[in-house]
Ligand binder design. Structure first.
Ligand code: UDP
Length: 471
């Protein structure tokens, strides 16, 4: 089987994990990529698998010399011109035909090439079943079109639960245009099926709805991050990140010194940028909450309207970091942190998150309740799953980040941040209930990937189906 990942944290990490999962259940897994630079990234990710005797190979398309610069990540965004890649992909697949190729949903250009060659094509959609069902029903029934304003709530039609959204919470590509969002619809059209990084017990009504009502063939195969089962794997993942070994060890021993469930972990994923004024509110809210925290601060969104992104250390309220260090209350991590390792540490008791699907699943897998703050795309749908369907989270904020103008009134104030942190971390009845529910889901996640579990069976079913088609 070939796996053709899209470059970028939230896509590339789970696709490599998916290749790992299929390899561990007997498939011959090959990761396909477009440039030597990408191959290097993948090689370092899978180094450990080779020593564990999970032989994942990497193949690079043979592009004309002038096609892309050697270090170009290729299609870092879905709109990058990919016409130059069609012929090399066609040639490669003609000469080395696989039983099946799993492509990222963003590689819609590749779908045409592969379908033309009559090769089984499976789509990896980086979202869960709930979000896919909501997205599909909004696309089909366009309930948002007749509303008076962007803030007027509407019910998502036809789905199993009562889910309310506003137009301002829809991803920009779905907001005005009726019909399916192009990127998802196009790649899934004519596909053999969809592999989903989720597990049946997390969203059973939506797995069924997706398969029966929406008529899609799908295999839940997750949570695939669980394939990095032991701590050495996760530590290596952390050390490959920008947190160096020593900082990581300091961070972990700081966590070791804390009471169970006493630390809030905060991260808004690999892409989202918050304006400095919002970060200031978060800092004050955290300080006032009196709870411990590890806050992964990525790059800063300096001027929201101009869309400039850069490092800007000056946003930190005066003395905040020093006070927090002195009181052993909190740590700021600049850059990339080993998220799974952090979430699975017993001291971490809550995750303030942008509700990216991988982060959502990693929180569920670690049994950690969430403070939700979706910022773009399907994150608003994921939030509804977390808060309204699963009951394992409380909302902090919910606003499309690209439309912020960073005025004070647009921001989520420090009082709200403090209130939600206290609600989730405070140990009251509601918090205990959420924690209990999150732990129960974590246990189900663990069972799903074990031999005989629902996701294990999902992987097996796809492999068996491909084998039987080969005969
Ligand atoms: N991640 C991480 N360290 C960071 C930021 C992100 O390990 O400092 C990982 C995280 O564990 C997850 C992925 O990057 O697997 C982010 O994916 P998600 O779908 O949550 O959000 P996106 O970055 O795509 O918005």
């Amino acid at each position: 089987m070939y796996f053709f990942p899209f470059i970028g944290g939230g896509h590339q990490i789970p696709m490599i994990d998916i290749a790992r999962v299929f390899s561990s259940q007997g498939a011959k897994a090959t990761i396909l990529t477009t440039t030597p630079a990408n191959a290097l990234r993948f090689r370092s990710s899978i180094r450990r698998d080779q020593s564990l005797n999970l032989p994942i190979t990497i193949r690079v398309l043979n592009l004309p010399n002038d096609a892309v610069s050697p270090d170009s990540p290729m299609s870092a965004t879905p709109s990058t011109d990919t016409s130059v890649l069609r012929e090399p992909l066609k040639l490669f697949l003609t000469q080395n035909p696989p039983d099946c190729i799993v492509i990222d949903v963003f590689h819609r250009w590749a779908a045409d090439v592969i379908d033309g060659l009559n090769i089984k094509r499976v789509v990896f959609n980086g979202n869960g079943f709930f979000s896919r069902c909501v997205s599909e029903c909004i696309g089909r029934y366009a309930p948002h079109e007749q509303l008076g304003s962007d803030s007027e709530p509407f019910l998502v039609p036809q789905i199993p639960d009562r889910i309310e959204l506003t137009r301002s919470q829809l991803p920009p590509f779905a907001r005005n245009k009726p019909g399916l969002p192009d990127k998802v619809g196009k790649a899934e059209e004519k596909a053999f099926g969809v592999v989903v990084n989720s597990f049946y017990e997390l969203e059973p009504k939506y797995v069924e709805y997706f398969k029966t009502v929406l008529g899609k063939k799908a295999w839940p195969v997750g949570p695939v991050s669980l394939c990095n089962r032991n701590n050495a794997d996760k530590t290596e993942r952390g050390q490959a990140a920008s947190v160096d070994g020593q900082s990581l060890r300091n961070c972990l021993s700081w966590l070791d010194s804390k009471e169970p469930n006493s630390v809030v972990y905060i991260s808004f994923g690999s892409l989202a940028r918050l304006p400095p004024a919002q970060l200031v509110e978060i800092a004050h809210g955290l300080e006032a909450s009196a709870h411990n925290f590890i806050w992964v601060v990525g790059k800063i969104f300096r001027r929201a309207q101009e869309g400039r992104v850069g490092d800007d250390e000056n946003w930190v309220p005066q003395g905040f970091e020093e006070r927090m260090m002195e009181m052993k209350r909190g740590i700021l991590i600049r850059g990339w942190a080993p998220q799974i390792l952090m979430l699975e540490h017993g001291a971490v008791g809550g995750f303030m998150s942008h509700c990216g699907w991988n982060s959502t699943l990693e929180s569920v897998t670690a049994g950690v309740p969430m403070m939700t703050w979706p910022l773009s795309a399907e994150q608003f749908y994921n939030e509804k799953l977390i808060t309204d369907v699963l009951g394992i989270g409380v909302q902090v904020g919910s606003k499309e980040w690209l439309s912020w103008n960073a005025e004070r009134e647009e921001l989520v104030g420090r009082e709200k941040v403090e209130a939600v942190v206290s609600r989730v971390m405070g140990g009251g009845e509601e918090a205990e209930e959420m924690r209990k529910q999150a732990r129960a889901l974590a246990e189900k996640a663990r069972r799903a990937v074990e031999e005989g579990g629902s996701s294990y069976e999902g992987v097996d079913a796809l492999i068996s189906e491909l084998k039987s088609l080969r005969k």
